[in-house]
Each structure stands twice: as structure tokens, then as C-alpha cells.
Design a protein around this ligand. Sequence first.
Ligand SMILES: NC(=O)c1ccc[n+]([C@@H]2O[C@H](COP(=O)([O-])OP(=O)(O)OC[C@H]3O[C@@H](n4cnc5c(N)ncnc54)[C@H](OP(=O)(O)O)[C@@H]3O)[C@@H](O)[C@H]2O)c1
Length: 313
Amino acid sequence: MIGKNILVFGGSGQIGRHLIRRLTNNNHQVTVATRNSHSKGSILKTQGNPGYIEIVETNIFKEENLNNLIKGKDICINLIGILFEKKKNTFNNIHKNFPDIISRISNENKLEQFIHISALGIDYAKDSLYASSKLEGEKKIINNFPKATILRPSIIYSIDDNFTTNLMSLLNLMPFFPIYYNGNTKFSPLHVSDLAEIILSIIEKKICSEIIECVGPEEISFREILEKLLFSIKKKKILIPFPIFLAKLSAFFFELFPKPLLTRDQLRLLKYDNVLSGDYKSNIDIGYTPKLRFEDQIKKYSYMWRDGGEYSK
Ligand SMILES: NC(=O)c1ccc[n+]([C@@H]2O[C@H](COP(=O)([O-])OP(=O)(O)OC[C@H]3O[C@@H](n4cnc5c(N)ncnc54)[C@H](OP(=O)(O)O)[C@@H]3O)[C@@H](O)[C@H]2O)c1
């Protein structure tokens, strides 16, 4: 395939780093927009051969910057997302207003594809601001760029995630671990390299005008995820079901910190299963069956949290 000119927003994040490597390996020229080229530049520059990555520092709230970035590109991929709000970075600004603007500009500039990463389960989690803002954002995108492809992934994991690695650190430190809703919420964890392959195949097969749910090869509950992580780091900890009023109270205090461990909005989101809904196509329907199983993959890095390992307490 002839390489495309691809603009990636949020390319320095977990999914972005893995995706950019795949894109450049497949001959695509990637421009990454970041808020801070000084801190993110060194990570981003190593994700492709010289000449394949351009890094542009930008303020995503300035429309003229966005116009200049999008002009002349073939494809725009939006990976910007937040889990908690901070000043101007509200859910509405990041998940709704920003995708609204870039999808409109992408349409005005006649881009071939607009690929947006949303999240699984947002139709149901109506009481979560994260979910409702993602849903509103999707509607704006479809209205502005009807050919857009929207991906709704379940939880994404990898050696450099904020999910399994944080959980293993907490499981290491705490004498017991609180679980919410009895740990029954189901997830379909997808390895980040599988998601990067799915995005690549959307580009190669020119898949447009679809909402696609992206899931891994298994459905496992939050309790099972913790049990698998504990088994993998060879630790025994008691998992204690936590009453929701206590969880809400602790989340309220966590929210006072700059990077909260848990927010009340995340707690609301955790009530809902994060698995295929059956209402949309999935990665399997577009020909991509995920290969990597949760237990096999975490084994490759969990040793660092075992006794004597770099992150063991
Ligand atoms: N990871 C998951 O498990 C998961 C699951 C479902 C859906 N998703 C969605 O997938 C997308 C990518 O997720 P990810 O895990 O890769 O995210 P991430 O690691 O948190 O990275 C997000 C990126 O967004 C950019 N960003 C955040 N706030 C910004 C702001 N105010 N202005 C400009 N840029 C901002 C950051 O780039 P700079 O700092 O370089 O500007 C950051 O690299 C998100 O929309 C997320 O909601 C993720």
C-alpha cells in the first residue's frame, strides 16, 4: 500500500505510541500533535525511522492551529481522551467539542478517512459524564464527517499501560484490595498491539461509516482480572467487596489529588459490563480476530512485580 499522510492527535498516549510504530513500519508518514514536544518528543521520535514522524506542538483549543495541521493530510486519527476533568480539560471540551471541530475541518479539507477512538459501553452508562460526553462526541463526528470510523474498545492493556501496571503496584502494596460491585463487572481486555492492527486494517481496507466495537478473545470479570494479576505476581491478597457509599466517599477524596486513583464518575462507569453489545459490528466482523490472551501477555511483564522484581515493595 502507498503510504498515507496521517495526522494523529493523542499519539503520545498508550495506544498512540504503539499505533505510530505500526503506521511508520507500514510506510505511512505520521504527524503527531502534542501539547508538549519537549517531554513527549523523545518517546515519539523513536517510534519510526527518520523522516517518518513529524512532531508538532499545538494547543488543541485554537482552531487556526487545527486548520493548518489538517490541511493536506489523507487521514486524521483522534486518540485524545481523559478519565478525569481538570480546569479547561472538561469531558465536554475533550470528548465532544474537540472531535466536533476536527471532524468538521477534516470534512472541509476532504480527508479520505477520519478514525476516532471512543469507548465501549457508552450507550448504557448514561449516568457517567465520561460516557455521555463520548457519545455526544460520536454524534457530532457522524454529523460532520459521515464516512468516519468510530472504534469503541474495551479496556486496553500492555506493558506500558495505566491499568494492569497500576493494579499490580497497588496489589503489591496493599494488605487487602477493595472491589466494587463485588468485582462482577465484565471486561474483554484487548492487547494494545491487537488494537493497533485493527486500526491498520481499517486504513488498508478503507473501512468507512462504521461504529466498531473492539474486544479481546475473552470476557473476564474485574475479580478474575485481579486474581489473574495476583497469580501472575505470585502474591496472595484478600479481595474485599467495598460498600458503594464508602467507595464514593474515598473517590471524593481521591478527586482532590492531581491524578486521582479513582473518581466518582469512574465508579459509575464501573457498574456496567464492558463487553460486546451485539448492537454494532465488532473487530471480528471486519476480519480481525484478536490473538493475544490476557493471562499469556501479563506473564511477559508481571515478573517485575514479583518478590525481588523492580516494582516489588
Ligand atoms: N486505554 C484504554 O484502556 C482505553 C479504553 C477505551 C477507550 N480508550 C480511548 O482511547 C483513546 C486513547 O487512549 P490512551 O489510553 O492511549 O490515552 P492516554 O494514554 O491517556 O493518552 C491520551 C493522549 O491524549 C492527549 N491529551 C490528553 N489531554 C489532552 C489535552 N487537554 N489537550 C491535548 N492533548 C491531550 C495526550 O497527548 P499529549 O500529552 O502529547 O498532548 C495523551 O497522549 C482515548 O480517547 C481513550 O478514551 C482507551
